[in-house]
Design a protein around this ligand. Structure first.
Ligand code: GLU
Length: 414
């Protein structure tokens, strides 16, 4: 059966609600996004022609506060994916216990095929078209796959132009010069590093005791790799869109991250002992911790049957399919789920929004310390509920989220 991200979300939701002993009516609302906006975005291309791009903003839930979630630019974006990503954001914010609901946006485009000018015009037009439904108290976008601080800068400027009020808190992940937060750029990777530490601590281990394999060298993958490497972990494999590399004795991650950040591709990387492999080989490389940090639907049933890791930590959203989850449970390979492991990004987005509204800014040390506390509390709550209900960490995280979101809905009488 073809992979459908939203069906994956619904399958896990039903399982978690059943574990909580909830009647169907008790969580029915969580199955539907509150609001979905689909837009056709016209862009004047550099050659004078006009191209129309498909864009989405889906708001899954505002029960616990303004909707929150990134915007991705990718050629495979579709409605089911954006719906699932929006629902996962509601759950992620609930697990992290920050006062937000969940949303996600996306444009079906490969941004590598656009010039800077085309990218700016696409972003500005999309912002104008979603402006009626976003705002600091309604819905707050942020970066996601293939979007960054520059794109958020155009968004905040365009929103100000459309509404007549320059409003920094309408979007997070902004450059520091425009009210971004120190620590935001590396926050998702730092949160992944913290959760990996928390998991290992439960097993009496440290990062310096383990080998790690990471799929993806974008913002999340590269920061996760660097931070784990600095803590002494041996990184035995990494990949980007062009391919994967492995080295049993450990890769020089500082050099590789700098290589990737300079715009070069891993197919062109060469060093002693480094082997170029395909994606399947990377994911099934022998290691202690496998960290998928790219896209959803990567650890499929077939991959799950062949992985040679002890743990999986999900840095991407939805990288392990529901079918693969069952195989991993059978094989007793714990999975720290996305809505816990990669919550560091949205937690520091929350800190950015708070700082914008206060007009008072924290040091990087303060941000990182607050992030640590938030992640540590979330991990403990998920771990304890999973243990109490004899469930996987994914179901534990979903159960924490379902309880929090439905409690808010019931109190509000939604
Ligand atoms: N795109 C990130 C995520 O999937 C961050 C979202 C945000 O900061 O709002 O969690």
């Amino acid at each position: 059966m073809a992979y459908n991200a939203y069906d994956n979300y619904l399958a896990v939701l039903d399982k978690a609600a059943a574990k909580l002993g909830m009647a169907k009516d008790g969580y029915e609302l969580l199955k539907y996004p509150e609001r979905e906006l689909k837009v056709s975005v016209p862009v004047k291309m550099d050659d004078g022609s006009v191209k129309v791009f498909e864009g989405f903003r889906v708001q899954h839930s505002s029960s616990r506060g303004p909707c929150k979630g990134g915007i991705r630019y990718h050629q495979n974006v579709d409605e089911s994916e954006v719906k699932a990503l929006a629902a996962w954001m509601s759950f992620k914010c609930a697990v992290a216990n920050i006062p937000y609901g969940g949303a996600k946006g996306g444009i079906k485009v490969d941004p590598k095929t656009l010039s800077q000018g085309e990218l700016e015009r696409l972003t500005r037009r999309f912002t104008t078209m979603i402006a009626p439904i976003i705002g600091p108290d309604k819905d707050v976008p942020a970066p996601d796959v293939n979007t960054n601080g520059q794109i958020m800068a155009w968004l905040v400027d365009q929103f100000g132009a459309v509404t007549g009020n320059y409003t920094p808190a309408v979007v997070t992940g902004k450059p520091l010069e425009l009210g971004g937060s120190l620590g935001r750029l590396a926050a998702t990777g730092r949160g992944v590093m913290f959760t990996t530490q928390f998991l290992l601590a439960k097993m009496g281990k440290k990062l310096s005791d383990v080998s790690i394999c990471i799929q993806g060298m974008g913002n999340v993958g590269s920061n996760t790799a660097l931070l784990c490497y600095e803590e002494g972990a041996k990184i035995v494999g990494v990949s980007d869109v062009s391919g994967a590399i492995v080295c049993e004795s450990g890769l020089n991650i500082k050099e590789i991250a700098a290589f990737c950040r300079s715009g070069k591709l891993l197919v062109d990387y060469d060093a002693d002992g480094v082997k170029h492999v395909d994606n399947f080989t990377l994911l099934t490389t022998k290691c202690d911790v496998l960290i998928p940090a790219a896209l959803e639907n990567q650890v499929t049933k077939e991959v799950a049957e062949n992985v040679q890791c002890t743990y999986i930590v999900e840095a991407a959203n939805g990288p392990v399919t529901a079918e693969a989850d069952a195989v991993l449970e059978e094989r007793a390979i714990p999975v720290v789920p996305d809505i816990l492991a990669n919550a560091g990004g949205v937690v520091v987005s929350y800190f950015e929004w708070v700082q914008n509204r206060m007009g008072f800014y924290w040091s990087e040390e303060e941000v990182n310390a607050k992030l640590y506390t938030q992640m540590s509390n979330a991990f403990t709550e998920v771990w304890n509920l999973a243990a109490e209900k004899n469930a996987t960490l994914r179901l534990g995280a979903y159960m924490v989220a379902i309880r929090r979101i439905t409690a808010a809905q019931n109190l509000r009488g939604i």
